[in-house]
Design a protein around this ligand. Structure first.
Ligand SMILES: Cc1cc2nc3c(=O)[nH]c(=O)nc-3n(C[C@H](O)[C@H](O)[C@H](O)COP(=O)(O)OP(=O)(O)OC[C@H]3O[C@@H](n4cnc5c(N)ncnc54)[C@H](O)[C@@H]3O)c2cc1C
Length: 404
């Protein structure tokens, strides 16, 4: 494969890098101390600037006001934006809206697209994705308790979900619910669009995660669906297709996540190196002169490069052979990059000593919140099992010759 970056993408990523450094990263301390909501007017200003620079919604369709970048191109953008915890939001390509836009675009009816896509891509409204349940294993979502039962021309939804990220302030949710309990396990559930002002859509709380309840876009909601009645025309895609659509949503989404994580690695790596070079540790000596710190720097640099190339390879495979054929590579990057990121964040924190534990740098926030990367979108173990299964399939039935 060709790793060269086109001139167009070099220009775009340079502009984004500069903007993130100059306009976005300086907002982070205020978000950490005052919360996300307090920063909304300031964030809105930055979003307007991004629109004026014609860099808004890089991965979304041109017809709805996005830039229409392909997967590999957006992977490079996602890396630049990942340097800041606010990057994707300021550029209008944040999860979970990005995935919801993708599936609405692919599976929505003309009416659904007309109603939801323009304001969502424009950033006028937000959305959320409601699959995981409190009492059932998210790792095996065919075990799902939430039901959507037909009644007249409506569905009536009942169930308890949590980790519906960014539900606080969202205008609608895409909910996964069982519509046909008798069907094959992978065809029992459907996706249904639920406007959050529908009676019976109850946001119970923002779940406290690693000591922070978060708010607005930075929250993770627990939602109780209680006789929540929506028209059957809110069905997204064919009935029973929720798992098939979820796969479509997750495959390319993992490339975006993983490149965002590479951006986080780059940021922490820069902080680690700068700190090592400037922190005196003995008269006339800095941390950077200690061999153990040099070894961490060398290891992290190699780990980040390896992880980055793996993601770009997976993106290239998806572009060339499709997400289904590339599923082993997609699973591999999920656990490799998440673990690389956790290692780099941890090393950066260690080099900062007590300062690393404070919120005076971004490292502690990343340490707390990015731990989730090894759990959401498929836990490490689930992906490793899937990779091993694919690999072993190739060996099954073949007699392996002993090498001399
Ligand atoms: C920050 C964050 C944001 C999230 N956002 C969303 C969202 O927007 N929408 C949404 O619907 N969900 C969201 N989730 C939920 C997420 O998808 C689930 O947490 C995830 O699927 C795991 O499900 P679970 O928590 O029920 O863990 P379980 O399924 O109970 O698994 C627990 C642990 O068991 C292990 N395990 C699981 N399966 C196997 C196996 N087959 N073999 C060996 N070990 C195994 C893994 O270590 C796993 O961590 C989010 C989660 C987090 C932490």
């Amino acid at each position: 494969m060709d790793f060269s970056v086109s001139e167009k993408m070099q220009t775009i990523t340079k502009m984004i890098d500069e903007f993130v450094q100059k306009e976005v990263i300086p907002l982070e301390p205020a978000v950490l101390t005052r919360g996300f909501k307090a920063l909304l007017p300031e964030l809105e200003k930055k979003r307007r600037m991004v629109k004026q620079m014609e860099l808004w919604a890089p991965n979304h369709p041109v017809e709805y006001g996005g830039m229409g970048l392909n997967l590999t191109e957006h992977a490079l953008v996602s890396e630049c934006l990942g340097r800041s915890i606010l990057g994707h939001y300021v550029f209008g390509c944040q999860a979970p809206d990005a995935g919801n836009i993708e599936i609405l675009h692919m599976f929505g009816t003309p009416e659904q697209k007309e109603k939801w896509l323009p304001p969502l891509v424009e950033g006028k409204i937000r959305s959320c994705f409601s699959m995981t349940e409190v009492e059932m294993p998210g790792s095996n979502p065919v075990m799902m308790d939430t039901t959507a039962v037909k009644d007249g021309s409506d569905y009536v939804i009942n169930g308890q979900k949590w980790y519906t990220s960014s539900s606080d302030g969202a205008r609608f949710a895409i909910v996964m619910a069982v519509t046909n309990p008798e069907a094959h396990p992978y065809q029992r559930a459907s996706m249904i669009i639920v406007s959050t002002d529908t009676p019976g859509f109850n946001q119970v709380r923002n779940i406290p995660v690693m000591g922070e309840s978060g708010e607005d876009y930075f929250g993770h909601g627990e939602i109780l669906y209680q006789n929540c009645r929506v028209p059957q025309s809110n069905l997204l895609g064919p009935e029973g297709s929720a798992f098939a659509i979820a796969q479509e949503r997750l495959g390319p989404g993992r490339i975006h996540h993983c490149m965002r994580w590479i951006g986080i690695c780059n940021r922490c790596f820069d902080l680690m190196c700068s700190r090592a070079l400037t922190r005196p540790i003995a008269p006339g000596k800095t941390l950077s002169q200690k061999e153990i710190v040099q070894a961490w720097i060398a290891e992290c640099a190699a780990d980040i490069l390896a992880a980055r190339l793996m993601v770009l390879y997976a993106a290239d495979r998806i572009d060339k052979v499709g997400a289904k054929e590339a599923r082993t590579q997609i699973s591999m990057i999920k656990y490799v990059v998440a673990n690389t990121m956790m290692k780099v964040i941890d090393r950066a924190l260690q080099v900062h000593g007590g300062l690393g534990m404070t919120d005076d740098t971004i490292i502690a926030f990343l340490y707390r919140h990015e731990r989730a990367s090894r759990i959401y979108d498929g836990a490490d173990e689930v992906h490793k099992l899937s990779v091993a299964r694919q690999i072993l399939k190739k060996y099954a039935g073949k007699s392996v010759k002993r090498e001399a």
